[in-house]
Design a protein around this ligand. Structure first.
Ligand code: HXC
Length: 510
């Protein structure tokens, strides 16, 4: 008779390969790692503690009572990522396609609850065919339990999803509610209904890749924030992202030691802004030159590229960075860039991450398409996000700050803490040409007069000193001073404490 220890070993062995060798090989043949291999890469060696490995589903229908794989299609637990504790679940496509059963949902909910109680981040490695079809409403209920927890955990602990396989149905809503969604190129898909259902219902023929591949969701829909070529790089980059984040809203972001002196001034910044104000330059160059060791983790690099958002550090401490990108649409704010930056600003505010904003914005993008699709509501999301944020906010106007976009981009009026401008800044209601055409319409045929008035307007507004004279700017600084000025401001603001009035929650124009 087997001893208790032998039985235990048998159980453990079975739980490690419950999907079977054939399906593991199929997973590898698709260029995907298994759920267990992914966790091995995610966590520091030897730190993963698995929970619920002997859990089985409770379904008796459609022959499932004869298939009871241990663990039931999801591996859950916690471990260390670069020395910090993190919870994770990894859906196992080799077991019923990683589909979500009632018990499988209970496993995920158990670690979500514990992550909330302990104030630790949670990462989902997603590879799932959605609701376990054989279980019917029990599985839908399981999803709703997960969704409820995603909602309640939002803003309390960082939630990150990596989509690593074909995720369908309910399998996409939970990631969509998390803070960051990364996808693996060529092997991951996200859709509410797959190509077959689309064909049946709408008669449209489309591939999985074109319906919900990494490229679609990273550059067109904006559902995903990050895209990586394979499982290894995706997991590595997410561990890098975690390094910028606090474990919960009760903590401050990690403070790292840095060999990059805050006094480092980069004189090349003084030559960056072209003399011709309509000529673009790359705002990422400014960002890289200002932050520690050029270490920038960009979020949403492929979507709404007219605004750049991401994490960096100054003096070893995490900052969230938002910058208009003059290289794309001249840096105008439009629907997608407003949504992108608003969500990022709100994330930073939830998690005590100071926000540095680089402004070079000629205004909101004009156009029928923008108006018809609600630029008013979407643009106001960004205004709302900045205005409600209570974390330290430092703003640097590098060049243009025109119109409503001046107000929106963390201006003094919406509680910017420290507002600087570079000497080439132009702060006005609108650009020269537009302004002169409106206010001197009666002179439009008098070229000489128009030229004279344009010059007058330029003289008056195409500089930072009018705003500075009102105190809307705290100072005008040379570009090379930017890093040190930000560092000093952050130091001064480190104990900043303002509290918005009590409310159940706000009503951001969603
Ligand atoms: C049970 C499932 C399953 C599911 C896949 N499998 N999805 N089992 N429930 N939802 C099983 C398959 O039967 C198969 O079992 C194994 O997983 C691998 O699936 P394949 O189809 O062979 O793999 P592949 O060709 O790669 O296709 C993957 C897939 C496809 C695109 C995910 O399986 C698929 O379309 N599945 C159904 C997706 C779906 O419609 N889900 C329900 C959504 S409704 P064997 O034994 O053959 O290996 C939903 C409602 C929630 O989620 C709503 C909440 C708001």
């Amino acid at each position: 008779m087997k001893t208790a220890y032998q039985k235990f070993q048998d159980h453990v062995e079975k739980s490690l390969h419950s999907g079977g060798q054939e399906r593991i090989q199929a997973q590898h043949a698709r260029g995907k790692l298994t759920a267990r291999e992914r966790l091995e890469i995610l966590f520091d060696p030897g730190t993963f503690e698995e929970w619920d490995r002997f859990v089985e589903h409770c379904c008796h229908d459609f022959g499932l009572d004869k298939q009871k794989p241990l663990g039931d299609g999801v591996i859950t637990g916690y471990g260390k990522v670069n020395g910090r504790s993190v919870f994770a679940f990894s859906q196992d496509f080799t077991i019923f396609g990683g589909s979500l059963s009632e018990t499988n949902a209970q496993k995920i909910c158990k670690i979500m609850d514990k992550a909330m109680e302990t104030g630790l981040p949670i990462i989902g490695l997603c590879d799932s065919g959605g609701a376990r079809i054989q279980e019917g409403v029990a599985s839908l209920g399981g999803y709703a339990e997960v969704f409820k927890r995603n909602t309640i955990a939002s803003g309390v602990i960082p939630q990150i999803s990596i989509i690593m396989g074909p995720c369908a149905g309910g399998a996409v809503y939970s990631p969509a509610m998390t803070d960051f969604v990364a996808m693996v190129e060529s092997t991951s898909y996200m859709f509410v209904t797959g190509p077959d259902v689309v064909k049946t219902v709408t008669n449209e023929i489309v591939t999985s890749e074109n319906l919900g591949g990494a490229k679609i969701h990273n550059s067109i829909s904006g559902v995903a924030n990050l895209s990586f070529p394979n499982d290894y790089i995706a997991i590595y980059e997410i561990t890098r992202l975690l390094g910028f984040l606090p474990s919960s809203n009760r903590d401050q972001p990690p403070q790292l030691s840095t060999n990059d002196p805050i006094q480092r001034d980069d004189s090349s910044l003084d030559r960056l802004i072209p003399e011709n104000t309509n000529q673009p330059y790359d705002i990422k160059e400014v960002i890289l030159k200002v932050i520690d060791n050029r270490d920038f983790f960009e979020i949403h690099p492929l979507w709404a590229e007219n605004i750049v958002v991401g994490f960096g550090r100054i003096g070893g401490k995490t900052v969230g960075i938002v910058g208009n990108q003059p290289m794309i649409l001249a840096g105008c704010l439009d629907i997608n860039s407003s949504r992108k930056a608003a969500r990022f600003v709100r994330f930073c505010d939830c998690f005590n991450i100071p926000i540095i904003t680089f402004v070079d914005v000629p205004g909101f993008l004009p156009g029928i398409d923008q108006e018809m699709n609600g630029i008013i509501s979407h643009g106001s999301k960004l205004l709302f996000a900045y205005a409600e944020a209570t974390v330290p906010k430092i703003t640097i106007i590098t060049r243009k700050a025109y119109g409503g976009a001046y107000d929106v981009m963390s201006s003094k009026h919406i509680r910017g803490d420290v507002n600087y401008a570079w000497p080439a800044a132009e702060i006005a209601v609108m650009g020269l040409k537009g302004a002169v055409e409106v206010i001197f319409r009666s002179e439009k045929d008098n070229l000489e007069k128009i030229t004279e008035l344009t010059e007058k307007y330029r003289e008056k507004f195409a500089n930072p000193y009018v705003a500075a004279s009102y105190g809307y700017l705290d100072d005008v600084i040379m570009p090379h001073q930017t890093r040190e000025k930000i560092a000093r401001s952050l130091e001064m603001l480190k104990n900043k404490s303002i509290i918005n009035p009590w409310k159940k929650h706000d009503n951001i124009p969603l």
